[in-house]
Design a protein around this ligand. Structure first.
Ligand SMILES: NC(=O)c1ccc[n+]([C@@H]2O[C@H](COP(=O)([O-])OP(=O)(O)OC[C@H]3O[C@@H](n4cnc5c(N)ncnc54)[C@H](O)[C@@H]3O)[C@@H](O)[C@H]2O)c1
Length: 259
């Protein structure tokens, strides 16, 4: 199959919804065999059905990225079928309704860290042996603008995303000489289930969505289809000289000082 990921084997975590689904679909259109990992098997299967409807190659695997054993099992299945992993998009993540750190319970803090930070560690750690053996591989991690700047009430989420941004640089440095690249994307406010759930927790959800859209200089929410090409670019061989980079896909959000 032709395309930027022709004959590649790719894993997309959190591929059952939102950004991950957009990336999984684009990866498949670009020729990859895509393993869709998600904590919801039904959601992963929906993504796979969409891909197969477009004549792409994909499989659905239930996997909780917060659980190292679950990730190992899911990655082993991919290795058994395909013999390798060329691309990992470590994307699964959760939000938390906005609350001050003082009001964030230890349980809430630990769950956000377990999925957003430990989850990325588990996935990267599980694919590295195969990538190191083949001296090739591309990893793209979904971070967030909250990794570098944030607003009130986002403590746990911002800390988890700052952690994965630091982790992406560390992985890039540790494995650059082995032909393995690792980069991060920082999506702005993207219209997905996560953002809609956060808006629903506000008194006026539609107003909350409008406010979020207005924060971004382009004046709208992003779509998963806006993020997917950036992930594809970093995952593909065209980006062979790019590693340790953080690519904002945020409608200008991080460029804004005010106004
Ligand atoms: N939507 C945004 O505005 C935005 C902005 C910046 C970063 N992000 C990040 O993008 C990533 C994807 O978010 P989204 O907006 O597409 O959300 P989403 O809720 O639409 O999709 C997230 C997917 O991850 C899955 N998931 C949740 N916990 C999991 C777990 N423990 N193991 C495996 N799968 C799990 C969910 O079932 C869901 O299918 C997240 O890391 C999020 O933090 C989102």
């Amino acid at each position: 199959m032709a395309g930027a990921l022709a004959d590649k084997v790719a894993i997309v975590t959190g591929g059952g919804s939102g950004i991950g689904r957009g990336v999984a679909r684009l990866f498949a259109r670009e020729g990859a065999a895509v393993a869709v990992f998600d904590i919801s098997l039904g959601a992963a299967e929906e993504t796979v059905a969409l891909i197969r409807g477009g004549r792409g190659v994909a499989s659905a695997t239930v996997c909780d990225v917060a659980d190292g054993a679950s990730v190992m099992e899911a990655v082993s299945q991919v290795l058994t079928v395909h013999g390798r992993v060329d691309v990992l998009h470590a994307n699964a993540g959760i939000g938390l309704p906005a609350k001050l750190l003082a009001d964030t319970s230890e349980t809430e803090w630990q769950r956000v860290m377990a999925v957003n930070l430990d989850g990325v560690y588990h996935c990267v750690h599980a694919v590295l042996p195969s990538m190191r053996q083949r001296r090739a591989g591309a990893i793209v991690i979904t971070a967030s603008p909250h990794a570098v700047l944030t607003y009130r009430g986002m403590g746990a989420y911002a800390a988890s995303k700052g952690g994965v941004l630091a982790l992406s640089r560390a992985v890039a440095l540790d494995h650059a000489a082995e032909g393995i690249r690792c980069n991060a994307v920082l999506p702005g406010a993207i219209d997905t289930a996560m953002v809609r759930a956060e808006a629903e927790s506000q008194a006026d959800p539609e107003a909350a969505l409008r406010q979020l859209a207005a924060l971004q200089p382009v004046g709208r929410l992003g779509r998963p289809e806006d993020v997917a090409p950036a992930v594809l670019f970093l995952a593909a061989d065209a980006a062979a000289f790019i590693t340790g980079a953080a690519l904002a896909v945020d409608g200008g959000l991080l460029a804004r000082l005010g106004g």
